[in-house]
Design a protein around this ligand. Structure first.
Ligand SMILES: [Zn+2]
Length: 244
């Protein structure tokens, strides 16, 4: 695989042959320093010089949205930083689609036959709103076929770590995602990756073609940024997908 692993610590994502996908690791860092390690996210309080140095290490043109927990999807064809967008889709080669997360689920998608890829930020709001299904719809609009789509999720918060308020659990139930809610006392938990997997199945993506996250950001803040562990003013894990 054509990973920039010599310059960035990466967790390769098991997506599809002919498609490169990975999530960054913080690298050698002080785990309790909220910005220490690889961080390319420009709107969570880090030093702009540090962000620029990290972005430079990507070594290729990229799209990196200003995410807002919206359900907005953009089809892109050149480097840009679209605002108020949480999912991006392209059929361009050598254009890296980048999503920043710290506990939310980064989802990458590819129909290798059509040459269409997507990257999605699926936090709890995006998951309840099925932003991943919207990304699949956008992929289909430019030639993808759901039964050919492969998906992989990057590191995010695990079910055991993701305690939520009763009102958030209720929203998952109302959205017909009850199976992702774990009833614990005093508070329920939500299994975000399971909810994303359910959404993908509804879209017609084969469960065999969906790779679940390799680890939990909150359990391993030495490896990945975690907003719950470090606060929202912290770095972000960058998840990247591109067609080489
Ligand atoms: Zn965890």
């Amino acid at each position: 695989m054509n990973l920039p692993s010599t310059t960035i610590g990466c967790e390769p994502l098991n997506l599809a042959a002919g498609v490169v996908a990975f999530s960054t690791q913080r690298g050698c860092c002080n785990p309790s320093d909220p910005y220490d390690g690889f961080n390319a996210c420009s709107y969570t309080g880090d030093d702009p010089a540090h962000i620029e140095a990290c972005r430079h290490r990507l070594g290729m043109p990229y799209v990196m949205p200003r995410q807002t927990h919206s359900l907005n999807v953009a089809i892109v064809s050149s480097p840009c930083e679209p605002v108020d967008v949480d999912a991006i889709v392209t059929s361009e080669r050598q254009l890296a689609l980048c999503i920043n997360t710290a506990d939310c689920v980064p989802v990458v998608l590819a129909d290798p036959e059509a040459g269409v890829i997507a990257a999605v930020h699926s936090g709890w709001k995006g998951t309840v709103g099925r932003i991943t299904a919207r990304a699949v719809d956008a992929m289909v609009a430019i030639g993808a076929v759901p039964s050919r789509i492969h998906a992989a999720m990057g590191p995010c918060i695990c079910r055991g770590c993701f305690e939520v308020g009763h009102e958030v659990a209720a929203l998952f139930r109302e959205a017909s995602l009850s199976d992702a809610v774990v009833d614990l006392t005093p508070k329920p938990h939500v299994d975000l990756p399971a909810a994303v997997a359910m959404t993908l199945a509804e879209c017609g993506v084969s469960p065999d073609a969906v790779a679940m996250p390799c680890g939990c950001s909150r359990c391993r803040p030495d490896r990945w940024f975690s907003a719950r562990k470090l606060g929202v003013n912290s770095g972000r894990t960058l998840t990247v997908v591109y067609l080489p």
